[in-house]
Design a protein around this ligand. Structure first.
Ligand code: NAD
Length: 322
């Protein structure tokens, strides 16, 4: 069996595949392959599986280049908006992802962003490095507490509910949430309130945290009109996918103090971001690293390998999205 990996990833999954005796080929470029490069790498090489990343755009052309013997594209991410599922289905190709193993890490990163923006950590760090600290002062760099505030979760799935857990259990926050599905068990355990309308959530929330997948129904879910509905004192946190938030509208809202601050890990046109955001003090930006710990990236590597091994052994892969 032959497997192509589109970029170097942490080693544990690769070792698992090699120990099974499979032939593993890893792209020699430490960067995202251009579409033509990916097609060239696959065409005529008889790969039985491809381990791909969220930065690879996988569509009909790529499936056709891989050829009919290719049984699975194992995505090294929980989101799979980079893959044309319809084209995969038409060709009977398994698509798998890496859920659960990254939930805690992404929730931790989300929380780090929430606290960092409301306690002005990045600004304070720049202040120190700039040699501006002249001694304790009662009005210096005042932030806001998270404790006891209203945290609004948009998309109460694995990651959203873990963020809600930390906010309620650790910080006595009141949880409100919006999702296409209601979860009454969760409501009981976390004294949470379900909102059938996202606008109601935005009007009442101090910290809005976005955890929906990128779908047609969630693209620009947070737009200028919705940012206007938020409290002027509110913070927006996004660790889901960039296009869920209209980035131009976010820039305007931050610049004009429509909302108090934002902390985001994902961008509409990565690796680019809206010009001017870098000049604002009321935003913290991280480069899509919410799942980026050594432990989790290894766990994702093992899980992607497990999915491939299952398919090769004629079993249902544990994380088939298709
Ligand atoms: P999940 O599937 O467990 O949760 C998603 C939730 O969103 C579900 O409860 C679903 O019902 C809800 N939802 C779907 N469509 C909706 C809509 N139109 N309106 C409201 N709610 C809707 O997924 P998860 O494991 O919690 O991950 C969530 C997302 O986080 C992923 O899809 C991925 O895009 C993103 N993510 C980002 C990073 C990162 O590095 N920044 C890492 C992991 C995941």
């Amino acid at each position: 069996m032959k497997i192509f990996i589109t970029r170097q990833i942490p080693d544990q999954g690769i070792t698992m595949l090699k120990e099974k005796g499979y032939d593993v080929v890893i792209s020699l470029h430490d960067r995202v392959l251009l579409k033509e490069e990916l097609i060239k790498a696959l065409k005529g090489n008889g790969y039985d599986a491809v381990l791909c990343l969220l930065t690879d755009h996988i569509n009909a052309d790529v499936f056709d280049a891989a050829g009919p013997q290719c049984k699975i594209f194992a995505n090294y991410a929980v989101g799979f908006d980079n893959i044309d599922l319809k084209a995969a289905k038409e060709r009977n190709i398994f698509i798998t992802n890496t859920p659960d193993v990254l939930t805690n890490t992404v929730a931790e990163h989300t929380f780090t962003l929430m606290l960092a923006i409301s306690h002005r950590i990045a600004e304070a760090d720049r202040f120190m490095r700039g040699g501006e600290y002249k001694g304790w002062a009662p009005m210096l760099l005042l932030g806001n507490d998270l404790s006891g505030k209203v945290v609004g979760i948009v998309g109460l799935g694995r990651i959203g509910s873990r963020v809600a857990h930390h906010a309620q259990k650790g910080f006595d926050a009141k949880i409100i949430y919006y999702d296409i599905k209601r979860n009454e068990e969760f409501e009981k355990e976390f004294f949470a309130e379900f909102k059938t309308n996202i606008d109601n959530l935005l009007e009442e929330t101090d910290f809005v945290s976005i955890h929906v997948p990128l779908l047609d129904s969630t693209r620009h879910l947070i737009n200028a009109e919705r940012l206007n509905k938020m409290k002027r004192s509110a913070y927006l946190i996004n660790t889901s996918r960039g296009p869920v938030v209209d980035e131009k509208a976010l820039f305007n809202a931050l610049k004009n103090k429509i909302i108090k601050g934002a902390a985001i890990d994902v961008f509409e046109n990565e690796p680019k971001f809206e010009k001017g955001l870098e000049k604002l003090d009321n935003i913290i930006m991280t480069p899509h690293i919410a799942s980026g710990t050594e432990e989790t990236r290894q766990a994702m590597s093992r899980l992607a390998a497990e999915n491939i091994i299952s398919v090769f052994e004629g079993k249902e892969p544990p994380n088939a999205v298709l």
